[in-house]
Design a binder for this molecule. Structure first.
Ligand code: FAD
Length: 485
């Protein structure tokens, strides 16, 4: 099966939209008769899938509506010639308790592999700047990164521990609130005399890898929050952010959630059904899709991302706070691109190419069935570009790390995706301090569930699952007349 999403390019085939995906669902709908559901879940990303699964397994009649032809939302993989390329969310770690609970639920602990392989090839960290390329061992890379980031986050003498003592709490203490109004650019200006030129390059590139924004539009608090979640260390960041991925790709994980929900016998679903409007009243919720079909339920879970919430008409309108948050949106415009390259020695490279290059961060991420190297690379709002507009430019950006012979390019453009309008959540200064609670609040019979406003691993698959579980439990308690959650 193939999805309409994503692009692939080879010299022989040129640029092609749409790539194979095991998460594309056929038939696209199993809705047979008109009925009133207990709950309609809008969005089949991890948050919506978790909500739909938990609610249907608990015995509620669920309708899952999804705009795309596939499950997974911002986390999905494509298998090309038997090899999975991750278009969005990829890496998981046992320190992410919610996602790990699900990996254990589906017995997938042995379905993971490590992205890096430093056992052969050039085994180097390449730091390319406007002044040329320097090379380092990976041990030197770690030392450089650790030193740069520790200087950046050491606002309290404890590397952020006193400022964010409870990374899974939604309450921002006064110190944390203060730093949410500060951008990373502001913080870098404060410590500019403490950083060596290489430390500065590494710190900036790493932060932009995390936020997909610019230094000015990256909240320093949100970066500190990631740092705290990762155990307040650079080694923790590497382990949590880029270590383990699924051998079969993310879609092999997502399909388990969908399959379990279906097996409950309580799940109806319809794909290719973008929701246009939602009307809430004392008798329940009426959800109308762009094709003009209206579905009714006692409750609704909106599992759509922050950046597209304003595209759906809600009646009564969203609260002023949620409306303001949706209007502001998050700032992550990450460009994630894969290349299959014939240079086998680059399997063990990591690289930064900054600030001149279109792709900032890249590394060897696997070996394809042909024995070629798979390189994954990231750009963002800094020097932003759309890969499909010029494959030549995209290939040049890969060569900004090291000379390489690119045979294939695969990607999904999240910036032009009308159902995401950006990559993972990352906030500009002030958004969380002003609106985190607004984004999480219930609105009449509608519950809002998304990784974008999770308390713990906000921006991650883990956070999406945290949110889906919260929403399903809240709907269930509400329908049973139990205390509000
Ligand atoms: P989404 O996945 O966005 O799901 C929302 C769903 O709502 C989508 O399916 C969308 O199509 C649907 N929708 C939108 N509008 C409508 C509408 N009008 N009607 C009906 N349906 C609609 N996380 C990690 O943990 N590890 C990583 O390595 C990682 N890397 C990432 C790399 C990239 C490039 C990206 C983009 C994300 C990455 N993430 C990563 C983040 C992770 O993918 C997301 O946080 C998570 O998948 C979000 O899940 P969600 O269900 O909250 O939202």
């Amino acid at each position: 099966m193939a999805s309409k999403d994503g692009y692939s390019w080879t010299k022989a085939d040129g640029l092609r939209p749409g790539i194979p995906c095991i998460g594309a669902i056929q038939p696209p709908s199993n809705v047979k008769d008109v009925q009133e559901y207990d709950v309609i879940v809008v969005g089949a990303g991890y948050s919506g899938l978790t909500a739909a699964r938990d609610a249907s397994v608990a015995g509620l009649k669920v309708l899952l509506l999804e705009a795309r032809d596939r499950i997974g939302g911002r986390s999905w993989s494509s298998n090309i010639e038997g090899y999975p390329y991750e278009m969005g969310g990829t890496w998981v770690y046992w320190g992410q308790a919610t996602v790990w609970r699900e990996i254990a639920r589906y017995g997938m602990q042995d379905d993971l592999e490590i992205s890096y392989d430093f056992s052969r090839g050039i085994n180097k960290f390449l730091l390319a700047s406007a002044h040329g390329t320097q090379d380092f061992t990976h041990e030197q890379e770690d030392a450089l990164m650790e030193s740069a980031l520790c200087k950046l986050v050491n606002i309290d003498g404890t590397h952020g521990r006193d400022t964010i003592p409870y990374p899974h709490s939604g309450i921002l203490n006064p110190q944390a609130r203060k730093y949410d109004y500060v951008s990373v650019a502001d913080r870098l200006a404060e410590i500019k005399h403490q950083l060596t030129p290489n430390e500065r390059l590494c710190a900036e590139a790493f932060i932009l890898l995390c936020s997909g924004a610019t230094l000015e539009t990256t909240s320093f608090y949100e970066f500190l929050h990631w740092w705290a979640l990762c155990g307040y260390s650079y080694e923790g960041c590497i382990n949590h952010l880029v270590k383990y991925k699924f051998k079969g790709g993310q879609s092999s994980f997502a399909i388990r959630f969908f399959g379990e929900a279906l097996a409950s016998g309580n799940l109806s679903y319809a794909f290719n059904q973008p929701v246009a409007s939602v009307k809430d009243s004392s008798s329940g919720v009426a959800v109308t899709t762009r094709t003009g079909q209206t579905f009714k339920a006692r409750r609704m879970i909106s599992a759509m991302p922050l950046n597209v919430l304003a595209d759906v008409k809600f009646e009564p309108p969203l609260s002023k706070g949620r409306e303001a948050a949706a209007k502001t949106g998050h700032v992550n415009q990450t460009v994630k691109v894969h290349a299959e390259i014939s240079d086998r020695d680059l399997r063990s490279f990591t690289g930064i190419s900054y600030p001149h290059n279109n792709l900032i961060y890249g590394f060897g991420d696997g070996e394809t069935p042909k024995g070629n190297t798979h390189v994954v690379a990231f750009g963002g709002q800094h020097n932003h570009f759309h890969p499909e507009d010029s494959i030549e430019r995209t290939i040049e950006a890969f060569k900004g790390f090291a000379p390489m012979n690119v045979e294939r390019v695969v990607f999904h453009n999240w910036s032009r995706d009308e159902f995401a309008k950006g990559a993972w959540f990352f906030s500009a200064p002030g958004l969380l301090a002003d609106h985190l609670k607004d984004m999480r609040d219930r609105h009449g019979n509608i519950f809002f569930s998304c990784s974008d406003w999770a308390l713990g691993w906000r921006s991650f698959i883990d956070g999406a699952i945290e949110e889906g579980g919260r929403a399903a439990a809240a709907v269930r308690a509400d329908l049973l007349g139990r205390a509000k959650i």
